[in-house]
Design a protein. Structure first.
Length: 75
């Protein structure tokens, strides 16, 4: 199974006034990228600073030993 993972650091100036609004903007950008066929990328806030990343990743929930089907470990 695949999981969607998104990590955002909220410490930048772009999040000071309205963190919820900035998150909405980021989620809209990710939604657009998914619609264009992307499976992951870097997140940049409205000031152009890198603030996180998102992506589709193999889920460890279905693989408790932490390995791919071929036996190699997840990184």
């Amino acid at each position: 199974m695949t999981s969607f993972v998104m990590t955002v650091a909220l410490g930048g100036a772009a999040f000071e006034e309205s963190p919820v609004e900035e998150l909405q903007i980021l989620l809209a950008k990710v939604s657009h990228c998914l619609g264009e066929g992307s499976s992951g990328g870097t997140l940049r806030d409205s000031n152009g600073n890198t603030c996180g990343a998102w992506g589709l990743e193999p889920s460890l929930a279905d693989d408790p030993d932490g390995h791919h089907e071929d036996g190699s470990p997840h990184e």
